[in-house]
Design a protein. Sequence first.
Length: 273
Amino acid sequence: MRSTRFFFSILCVLVAALEVSCAAQTGDREQKKNPTKLLPLPADFSAPFLINAPPSQRVRSVAFLAPDFMTAPDRQLADSAMPILRQKAALAGFDLDRGPWTRQQMLCPVFPDHVLLLFTRNRGLGNLSMFSAVIPRAGENALFVVPILRRSETPYTPAPSNPRTIAIYNRIRAGENPGKKVDWLTAGLCYAALSGAHVELPPLKGSAAKHDVSLVMDSLLQLDTDGSPSVQFLDVEVYDRPREWDLSFDNKGNLLKVTVTPTPAMTPRLVPQ
């Protein structure tokens, strides 16, 4: 990486009353001598995400609702979209007439103008099918289907890193208010949900969690000098098999690349003195 390229790293532990500080890290010789020295961000610096989003626009997990818990308008919209959704699902290799399928709504603050659904059919070991669907609340925006699993087989490229999933995510954001900035971590978690993940972040430091893996990795926002962000977080839904997500965006907020990497779990050990 060129020495003239700088990175802004923001380490944010999302607590309602927490004030997150943002600083620019320099790569000069003085910075190497004192790696904790930070410089303020330039006054004209701009990023496509909210750095300090209010609690109402920030989540640490995406909620999944069964149909009985959906609002009446959302449930009605989902039901009315089923004929075209059934056709598009069939084209993607999913037959909704061969059930039983379960349906859940993904509550994602990043996409208030869309209803996101997750469809799952579990016929036992080795026969799990899953896809997500995106339904616009109004307007001429298209309805999308995102393949995740077909009989426990992933697409040639897994859904989280699949260019189709990335393209659909960008299309959904473009169908919302493209100039509206959203919380960076919430944007990342919503993408993960769209690709079929039920992300569970590590517990906050000091919380009374069953497993304290907070030292493994905090959620991280890394910004290039032109404002291009990278969102990183750890998923500990399966505690002994954590996964690190890394989402790269351009400076307009368009998602470019996603990698999901298995991360060795950290287990505390007593060291003899």
